[in-house]
Design a protein around this ligand. Structure first.
Ligand SMILES: Nc1nc2c(ncn2[C@@H]2O[C@H](COP(=O)(O)OP(=O)(O)OP(=O)(O)O)[C@@H](O)[C@H]2O)c(=O)[nH]1
Ligand SMILES: [Mg+2]
Length: 351
């Protein structure tokens, strides 16, 4: 993708291009890392700066603030929306949005991908750098036997949406370098999608997404009754994501069954998953189904990671409308897409 700094939101997109948003930050927020922050630095001096010029102590304080801003060092934790936006502006990045209910295995999956890359190249891509090394290490520690827990356990991800994205840079044997921002937000946020069809805190993430992973907790698929409930929930989630206003058309969506080590071979499961995939393909394209076990084997992770780096298919190019037809269509905005002939026949066309 060609993400440039200072992005727009879908609602404001003047030419309605099919590119994902290049900002993960709410528009009002400005952490000093965005171009808005840079623009502010170059703006004419306001009252504070004029005061600083007159008073040496104030001038010192002002300089200190400026230097903190220009020398800010990433904390190494998961990135804030502003920091993630700065990565998008500087390099462009794949924005991978992981959606799944509490305990679905989101954090463990991301930790396992990181560990897998740390162990050696995946599909020719080797770990190059990360601005959220501490965030990855903390997650990997709790998700591995090294944590000293009798059963490795990943702590629940905080409900906070202050730090939402894990950053990875990878380099291919051919010298190409790519960046990824992998969202890790609490499954609590999926409740809004599931119950009320409201994206809530997912909205800015989905607007920026270049890839969506919709996780199904494999631990819920062991019994037939569990399968019925979990797969019905997955359909509701998928519909909310796919039919909501945020996700751009043709964004690859992967249905990822987690904990395959626990549910693989369960009665009737493969047939149910085939049905789910066929149903999903009817409402979203492209869609893929994956079976994964982040632990103990890492099954399915290499294929999943390689898929995240496959260049996105060409997105539909919006057809430019002549001013005349734009005006006419505007009148029928509620019936957009319905042939005018049919509307005329139904007496709904107002001339
Ligand atoms: N057996 C098995 N357990 C797993 C696997 N992946 C995750 N788990 C376990 O499932 C539980 C939940 O995993 P998390 O990664 O914390 O789930 P989450 O989706 O991030 O949960 P929230 O952050 O609370 O939304 C933890 O106890 C993990 O150890 C897996 O592949 N196999
Ligand atoms: Mg988590």
């Amino acid at each position: 993708m060609t993400a440039g700094p200072g992005g727009t939101t879908v609602g404001e997109d003047p030419d309605d291009t099919a590119e994902p948003d290049d900002t993960l930050a709410d528009e009002e927020q400005d952490g000093g890392h965005t171009d808005k922050g840079k623009a502010a630095e170059g703006a004419p001096a306001g009252p504070a700066e004029r005061g600083a010029a007159a008073d040496p102590a104030a001038r010192g304080r002002h300089r200190l603030q400026q230097s903190e801003r220009s020398h800010s060092v990433p904390s190494g934790e998961a990135l804030t929306p502003q920091e993630a936006t700065a990565v998008l502006g500087a390099h462009g990045a794949e924005v991978v949005v992981v959606v799944g209910e509490v305990d679905a295995g989101k954090t463990t999956l991301l930790a396992a991908v990181y560990e897998r890359l740390a162990a050696g190249p995946v599909a020719g891509w080797a770990f190059a750098a990360s601005e959220s090394l501490l965030g990855f290490e903390a997650r990997a520690h709790f998700a591995s036997a090294a944590s000293g827990l009798s059963e490795p356990d990943t702590p629940r991800t905080s409900r906070s949406t202050e730090r939402v994205a894990l950053h990875l840079a990878v380099r291919h044997a051919n010298g190409q370098q790519r960046h990824l921002l992998l969202s890790d937000v609490s499954g609590e946020h999926a409740k809004g999608l599931l119950k009320y069809n409201q994206p809530g805190d997912y909205a800015p993430l989905l607007r920026s997404a270049t890839h969506v992973l919709l996780l199904i907790d494999g631990a819920r698929l062991v019994t037939t009754r569990g399968q019925n409930v979990a797969l019905a929930d997955a359909r509701t989630l998928l519909r909310a994501v796919a039919e909501g206003p945020d996700l751009r058309p043709a964004t690859p969506l992967d249905i990822v069954v987690t904990k395959w080590d626990r549910c693989g071979g369960a009665d009737g499961l493969d047939d149910e998953l085939d049905d789910l995939l066929a149903w999903a393909a009817g409402i979203w394209q492209p869609v893929t189904l994956r079976r994964t076990a982040a632990r103990p084997s890492g099954e399915g992770l290499d294929e999943l990671f390689a898929a995240l780096l496959v260049p996105a298919p060409a997105r539909p190019v919006p057809v430019p409308l002549l001013p005349q037809s734009r005006r006419r269509l505007h009148g029928f905005v509620a019936n957009d897409g319905v042939p005018a002939k049919f509307l005329a026949a139904a007496g709904a066309v107002q001339r």
